[in-house]
Design a protein around this ligand. Sequence first.
Ligand SMILES: *Cc1c(COP(=O)(O)O)cnc(C)c1O
Length: 369
Amino acid sequence: MLYVPAGNNRTKTKRFESDFAEFIGGNCEAISVNSATAGLHLALEAIGISAGDEVITTPYTFTATAEVIRYLGAHPIFVDIDPNTFNIDPSKIEAAITSKTKAIIPVHFAGLACDMTSILTIARKHNLKMVEDAAHALPTRYQGQLIGSLDSDVTVFSFYATKTITTGEGGMIVTRNPEIAARCKVMRLHGISRDAFDRYTSTKPAWHYEVVAPGFKYNLTDLASSLGIHQLQKANRFQQRRQEMAERYTRELADLPLRFPPNAPDGDLHAWHLYVLRLTPQAGIERNQFIEAMAKCGIGCSVHFIPLHLHPYWRDSYHLQPQDFPYSLATYEQAVSLPLYTKMTDEDQTRVIAAIRGILSQCQNDSST
Ligand SMILES: *Cc1c(COP(=O)(O)O)cnc(C)c1O
């Protein structure tokens, strides 16, 4: 007799999750969500962040990193970056720790790993949880180990359209802690406990479920997971292509008055989600004018990121001044993200490089006359 199933059993999503856990190296759980923002929210909820707590993070990030702290009524405490790496400066973290500090969220900016040894040491010493914002960091390695396999509590990846692999919208929570995994799974789907679903051990019927918390609607669709399964298989190839393009930019622009993004140290791997140049004063052109000039050449550049403390919400809620985070401010004022994506051709990149050379030689002529 043919059995008509009661409903969709989400097989693609289960497959994507198990593929992802295997990609990270096994010995972990991968829990798919419909965005990294959702994943970060679930992660903070699962580690027990609640109203009045403080969570340390960087202002040099996308607002999602910090907004999830506010979802739970907790407060972000911003710590400035190391201007060489764009990542949170570990030497400034301890001064920001108070009796209310519960966690640290490092962000691996552009796909370059943070100084995880130092940050993990601080977290352990002060008994803080650690949630990595790895939205840029697939496949990033730190001292040979993939981000997602380190000794933090949770790592969250993004599959937003612009990220290194994409499902349109989507994200993945990775953890080795079974209690955190269980809580994230319950809260991902309306606070429904699936324990009653184990049809081999449960005495309850298969349709039975229990709502144990007011959860969220954060599950990834099977449609998105189908994309993710195939994107994941290309993640290493995409990284190689991005690195090739990043190295070409640095090589072919090396003689210009620019500051180049750092390469990963030996043993690390840079995911190169972004290629962020900085215009030095010698370039003779302000960042905004440079981006306008590039646009006139038909080339779109962007800025990653407007530091959070300059945005009205964060600035006004926490009474922040631009100079409170001087390295984030200075980096932002000079930063330009060049086009970098795997579908870009060598000819596209030749045009970008020629346009930068043209604009900067014009400025230097102007300033010498
Ligand atoms: C893109 C991004 C996010 C959010 O990812 P979504 O999947 O769009 O929710 C979080 N943190 C950083 C640093 C990001 O760049």
